[in-house]
Write a protein that binds this ligand. Structure first.
Ligand code: NDP
Length: 328
């Protein structure tokens, strides 16, 4: 049973030496428990926060403990009447090949969709996009919705949902290749490359009527470029600030005053605190995926030993779409 443990709390950028890979015995389930063989592991930016002991909404992973992570897997032994051998389950069983759980950490999912989708578009990131956009962004047809990290797991869903609500969807992403994917495959109206020197001019051209909803995933200079484009009574679902996650000092926002002058409603949110909305979100997301109306891509790493490198790559933007690990 290969496991990846947190070896050290990173200072600044994560390095591979912050992880330790170990081999342990496969655990056996007691009464009421199931043994799951994980087949897919999700890699997500929030894991950077759990490696640190800074004040946050969730407690950190202990040094020496298995890294936290979303998983899809198969029940291979069940001593819990709610599960049968062969059930496909999604849950948070961590960076390991096998895990025993009492069943509360997992839920059964329909095996007819590609299994890894439950870690992305029809999973936590998809629900994050849905909740942030629909509940906190409250988009209306004809409005302009801008989303940062637009080619990623969350951002790719935000723009497609915005289109489904009759909005103009504008993405912000790093590089021409990601921007081409966002407009050509995901169907956004425009995508602007924040690494290009003419970013601010291109953003203004892509948002001729200003910005009504800014779904924020990154923070940093990208946020400062969007703030002056906001319309009166704009909404900002504040989902993530990945530009700060490996920074020693957080980015100092320059155009904070735009929130006041435009009477903006900014709402930070954590998807796991809105469990009541998950069934509605997942029902729409899975339906759209089945109908081919919600498309996605994945970047796949192979084997748990590749997970630390793939995670660092995710934080640096080397992924296109959802970053997952296929387990042996
Ligand atoms: P992504 O698949 O979007 O991957 C992260 C992307 O962030 C990278 O590909 C990179 O894309 C971009 N990025 C990295 N560094 C920077 C930077 N300095 N400036 C601008 N962009 C950067 O990840 P997710 O979709 O899983 O997550 C997106 C955001 O949503 C994260 O901030 C995450 O923490 C947050 N989140 C919040 C949740 C909540 O409950 N609030 C739940 C889930 C996710 P590029 O090449 O375009 O720069």
């Amino acid at each position: 049973n290969t496991q990846v443990l947190l070896a050290a709390r990173p200072q600044g950028w994560v390095t591979e030496s912050d992880f330790r890979i170990v081999e342990t015995d496969i655990p056996s389930p007691n009464d009421g428990e199931i043994l799951v063989k994980n087949t897919w592991l999700s890699l997500d930016p929030y894991m950077r926060g759990r490696m640190s002991d800074r004040k946050s909404y969730a407690k950190p992973v202990d040094v020496g403990a298995v890294m936290i992570g979303g998983t899809v897997g198969e029940v291979i032994e069940s001593k819990n009447p709610a599960f049968a051998k062969g059930d496909l389950v999604v849950g948070t069983l961590g960076w390991q090949e096998y895990a025993v759980t009492d069943g509360r950490a997992v839920r059964k999912v329909d095996p007819s969709l590609p299994h890894s989708v439950y870690l992305g578009t029809v999973g936590m990131p998809g629900v994050t996009a849905w909740l942030g956009l629909i509940d906190f962004g409250t988009p209306k047809a004809g409005e302009t919705v801008v989303v940062s990290a637009a080619s990623g797991a969350v951002g790719s869903v935000v723009g497609q949902l915005a289109k489904s609500r009759g909005c103009r969807a504008v993405g912000i992403a790093g590089g021409a290749e990601k921007c081409a994917y966002v407009t050509r495959e995901l169907g956004f109206d425009a995508c602007v490359d924040y690494k290009d020197p003419s970013f601010e001019k291109a953003l203004a051209e892509a948002t001729p009527n200003g910005v009504d909803v800014y779904f924020e995933n990154v923070g940093g200079p990208v946020l400062d470029a969007v703030l002056p484009r906001l319309n009166a009574f704009a909404r900002i679902p504040l989902c993530g600030l990945i530009a700060d996650y490996n920074a020693i000092e957080p980015y100092a926002v320059k155009h904070f005053g735009a929130l006041l002058t435009n009477r903006v409603r900014l709402q930070g949110f954590i998807v796991s605190e809105h469990l009541d909305r998950w069934p509605t979100a997942l029902a729409e997301l899975s339906q759209l995926v089945r109908e081919g109306k919600l498309v996605y891509r994945e970047t796949v790493a192979h084997g748990l030993r590749e997970a630390p490198r793939a995670f660092i790559g995710l934080l640096k933007g080397q992924n296109l779409g959802k970053q997952v690990v296929k387990l042996a």
